[in-house]
Design a protein around this ligand. Structure first.
Ligand code: ADP
Ligand code: MG
Length: 262
């Protein structure tokens, strides 16, 4: 059964989609069969993967109960579009509305090692569905516009999901993202995160670089776009595999880091 990780943040523009895309690539390159799910109606992740805009079915149809998740997999991605916002509204009035994604992913999880879910920037029903379907959550915090209140809200939602719906859920880690570590602001944010989350904060910080928006525009991962710039995400992949204790993949990820550094 696939280990499932929800990627969330307290708001938009914190590098969540870039994190999901890049991590999917790092994990795949470490030999893990990785399914990525776009749970944001904006569909940025689907675009980043180069999924055609008219791909059908998508996560919206799956959550509406019209199609199976297996049928919605396009090259290891379950894409999303604005129809997902409509599906979320429909879902709100249904019994078991928080469990829909968990149930839908049962079959796909048998065919993959890892599932990553890119959550929308709000802590609503789609994010709750993602958390209930997951074993782990990763919190992405942007260095420049970090808000403690936002981070608290996000951890509160994780706590609520665990207490009420998914006792197996745990916080895998907190990432400082889009950071310029030469600024005092970024240093301060890292300090605040370490005070609040201790060891859960990843050692790896994802540095700010223009190559990320460029690679998103080109629709290819950072590993292909600028191999040497992928070092941060390669190191993050190592840290995540350490925390997940996935030894064979970890050895491959470490080799990947050495290869990029050489
Ligand atoms: N490390 C980074 N450095 C610079 N820009 C980044 C970085 N990561 C992401 N971005 C850019 O920041 C913007 C928001 O990132 P995105 O991943 O879409 O965030 P979210 O999914 O949280 O809204 C995008 O334009 C993206 O290309
Ligand atoms: Mg996004």
């Amino acid at each position: 059964m696939a280990t499932t990780i929800a990627i969330l943040s307290q708001k938009g523009g914190t590098g969540k989609t870039t994190l999901t895309r890049s991590l999917a690539e790092g994990l795949s390159r470490s030999g893990l069969k990785t399914l990525t799910i776009d749970a944001d109606p904006q569909g940025n992740l689907s675009e980043y993967f180069g999924v055609p805009a008219d791909a059908f079915p998508t996560l919206g149809e799956v959550l509406a109960g019209q199609e199976t998740a297996m049928d919605a997999i396009h090259d290891d991605v379950i894409p999303a579009n604005l129809g997902l916002a409509e599906a979320e509204l429909m879902l709100a009035g249904k019994m078991g509305r928080e469990l829909t994604l968990r149930h839908a992913l049962r079959e796909p999880k048998r065919h993959y090692d890892i599932c990553l879910i890119d959550c929308p920037p709000t802590l609503g029903l789609l994010t709750v569905n993602a958390l209930v379907a997951s074993d782990w959550a990763i919190l992405s915090s942007e260095a420049e516009h970090f808000s403690e209140q936002g981070a608290e809200q996000a951890t509160e939602v994780i706590g609520l999901a665990r207490e009420n719906l998914n006792p197996d859920l745990d916080l895998l880690g907190v990432l400082l993202n889009i950071a310029d570590m030469r600024t005092n602001h970024a240093k301060g944010t890292l300090e605040t995160l370490r005070q609040e989350f201790g060891e859960r904060v990843f050692e790896t910080v994802i540095r700010r670089s223009i190559v990320y928006p460029e690679s998103a525009l080109a629709g290819i991962s950072i590993f292909e776009y600028r191999r040497r710039k992928a070092i941060d995400y390669a190191r993050l992949t190592v840290e995540i595999l350490e925390r997940l204790d996935l030894a064979p993949a970890l050895a491959k990820a470490r080799a990947m880091v050495r290869e990029i550094e050489s």
